[in-house]
Design a binder for this molecule. Sequence first.
Ligand code: SF4
Length: 334
Amino acid sequence: MTTTDILYQIRDLVVEYNTRAGVLTAVDHVSFDIHRGEVLGLVGESGCGKSTLGKALMRMIQEPGRITGGELWFDGVDLMQLSPGEMRKLRGSRISMIFQDPMTSLNPVQRVVEHITETIRVHEPHVSIKAARARAAELVDRLGINRNRLDDYPHQLSGGMRQRVMISLALALRADLVIADEATTSLDVIVEAQFLDLLKELREEFNLTILLITHSIGLVAELADRVAVMYAGRMAELADIHELFEQPQHPYTRGLLRAVPNIRLEDDELYKMPGSPPDLVSPPSGCRFHPRCPEASEICSRQAPTFHEHRPGHFINCWLYQEQEESVSLEASS
Ligand code: SF4
């Protein structure tokens, strides 16, 4: 892997929210790379910080939250140094996001065609309305929506069609990176399968890089090349999909995979991970997983391990795989 194969470098990223109960650290010194052309799955339980991380990568964290530390290097550009206007230009044209519920992202009083043509013309003002409309028609055709539906309002479309409109917005400007945040949650299984096929095709055709944020291990198994597992605001493990599924190392990853329903097993054999995710205003000391971890030892509650490359391409954050004096890591220990 050379640096030119890396599209996005995230280093020591910290995102905090001011809450009545105190400062909540949703993303805590997270470091990883997104490779050009890959699908990187980002999984973890609800509230682990994965959606916050996705928004932070677009610098879209809103008050009372803010990025309080770290570096974001996108294709060699230091995003933390860009002005809000420069960031707005980059969003859409280089990085796009597909949200869980398209209805919250699409303007209900704007027709589909206006969403797409405005997106094109904001970033490419020299494109005429007629040319932008022609491009919108080509795009929706490509995504399996009849171009006659361009004049529909979002509420006139099915959930699957609205997701396709969101994708067309992401593709209208040929974004390099698409962040899909729980993008299939509101879809039924048939539409979800179509959506996945479409993403696979588009990925091949446009060489898209996709960050797939999801709680669905099945979805990741379908699409991802690599998987990052988050727990309580920190990275737990990151590896190639096959390696992670066949040889999960982190006790949390192992629990997460065991908890996936398997139709070959009886219902009562389904594993339930003990305990629940911690309160991120006052998380457990040391390794945040230690109160739930079947393999915790004395050091785990005392000191946090570091997120380090345990073997080539396989990163892990656990004392089981780290010499206690080891110091080389991607992520700062706290
Ligand atoms: Fe379990 Fe300790 Fe590893 Fe944390 S560091 S996952 S508590 S063994």
